[in-house]
Ligand binder design. Structure first.
Ligand code: NAD
Ligand code: UDP
Ligand code: UDP
Length: 315
């Protein structure tokens, strides 16, 4: 029996996608990475280019794609607010047209397809912690809407393909994830603070820093994505995947200054519009359906990420 699968990872040269490609290859699968390199980096997958089971295709998922695979992880989409707001129309097209094309592919192939959805579908939540049953509090016309509403529409498409065509869907709602291979200029809080701390620059806390997030180390997230893909067809999700340890942005800044042994000062900058005030997942469903919970403590994961950025900034 042939146990190894042919697996498509869209957005495979991005931060999460490249770690997923690594892990799938380690497990003996054949991996096809499809990416238009909008926010991804060749550096993230350079070490895989000579692997005999790895292939890269430069392609934009807003256009149809005809390949033969057994599973599809649909990750293609800029994830940092700075990047997804740079060309918001393209962001919505990538998410919505990309979902339609990948669902059409999955339907034709009868392949399993996993969507990288997001905690942003909850918007600025009025329920805490967020459970999968919560419908969210999203501004439909603000600067974050291209991403939030795009991802909500993608979830709708996934569930309509499931209802209408019995497509084998999996919807993962990913909460803030961090780790090595985040882009140094990607604008997200963990990479910003670490780069600022290592370069001795001011740490830019937006607002008063009382807003919270819950940060999951990338290796824990990859475990969860693969467990979800391998689960039975009745496990469609949505399932929250993230670390339920909540921390304020100010406390995160202080922790990173300490771990990076930095003398940087914390400065305040304006809070962006529609910035969610609190975010923390309930992971009861992931525990029950996948037997998963994160194992990497924040300080351990941050230290590994600090060491990564040290190596790329001071080559
Ligand atoms: P990333 O920006 O590092 O990676 C996204 C990848 O998608 C990049 O390689 C980019 O070049 C590619 N891409 C963008 N538009 C494309 C298009 N039209 N066609 C083909 N490829 C395209 O982001 P990431 O953090 O690795 O996020 C991956 C996925 O996970 C995204 O869908 C994101 O929405 C989701 N997600 C991430 C987080 C997080 O904290 N990192 C949280 C929630 C959800
Ligand atoms: N699609 C694709 N690859 C495939 C099959 C379909 O990219 O192997 C695209 C197709 O071009 C279409 C989308 O997926 O735009 C949705 O396909 P579906 O069959 O659901 O709908 P239809 O083709 O009837 O619009
Ligand atoms: N943030 C910050 N300083 C920065 C970057 C981000 O204070 O340099 C804050 C941002 O306002 C938000 C939180 O950190 O409250 C997380 O931001 P990020 O862009 O990483 O992700 P989000 O969860 O908002 O999508």
């Amino acid at each position: 029996m042939h146990l190894n699968k042919r697996i498509l990872v869209t957005g495979g040269s991005g931060f999460i996608g490249s770690h997923l490609c690594d892990r799938l290859l380690e497990q003996g699968h054949e991996v096809l990475c499809v990416d238009n390199f909008y926010t991804g980096a060749r550096r993230n997958i350079e070490h895989l280019l000579s692997h005999k089971h790895f292939e890269v295709l430069r392609h934009d998922v807003t256009y149809p794609l005809s390949v033969e695979v057994d599973q599809i992880y649909n990750l293609a989409c800029p994830a940092s607010p700075i990047h997804y707001q740079h060309d918001p129309v393209q962001t919505t097209k990538t998410i919505v047209h990309g979902a339609i094309n990948m669902l059409g592919l999955a339907k034709r192939l009868k392949a399993k397809i996993l969507q990288a959805s997001t905690s942003e579908v909850y918007g600025d939540p009025t329920m805490h912690p967020q459970t999968e049953g919560y419908w969210g509090n999203v501004n439909p016309i603000g600067p974050r809407s291209c991403y939030d509403e795009g991802k909500r529409c993608a979830e709708t498409l996934f569930f309509d393909y499931w209802r209408q065509h019995a497509t084998r869907i999996k919807v993962a709602r990913i909460f803030n994830t961090y780790g090595p291979r985040m882009h140094p200029n990607d604008g997200r809080v963990v990479s910003n603070f670490i780069v600022q701390a290592l370069l001795g620059k001011d740490i830019t806390v937006y607002g008063d820093g009382s807003q919270t997030r819950s940060f999951c180390f990338v290796s824990d997230l990859i475990d969860a994505l693969i467990l979800m893909m391998e689960s039975g067809d009745d496990t469609t999700g949505p399932i929250n995947l993230g670390n339920p340890e909540e921390i304020s942005i100010r406390a995160l800044a202080e922790t990173i200054i300490e771990l990076a042994d930095s003398k940087s000062a914390i400065v305040s900058q304006p809070l962006p519009q529609d910035d969610p005030q609190r975010r923390m997942p309930s992971i009861a469903v992931a525990r029950e359906k996948l037997g998963w919970e994160p194992s990497v403590q924040l300080r351990i994961g941050l230290l590994e990420t600090v060491n990564y950025f040290r190596s790329v900034l001071f080559l």
